[in-house]
Design a binder for this molecule. Sequence first.
Ligand code: SF4
Length: 64
Amino acid sequence: MAYNIKLDSDACIGCVACTRCEYFEMRLDMKAHAIQAVVDDISCIQDVAEDCPVGAITYRQYVS
Ligand code: SF4
């Protein structure tokens, strides 16, 4: 099953917690960004979405 992932970089406070998941990275603006929009495995995404202090990470089932 595929999922759309979304990271609201405007809400991000730059704590870097989500970068332990391979789909997110910090950029020069000191905000986290998603490196791709659709993924098959959301196991690490679920973890970091729960840990994000500002709730910036969301995901939902991909609908083509
Ligand atoms: S866990 Fe949330 S606040 Fe922390 S870097 Fe990632 S998106 Fe930003």
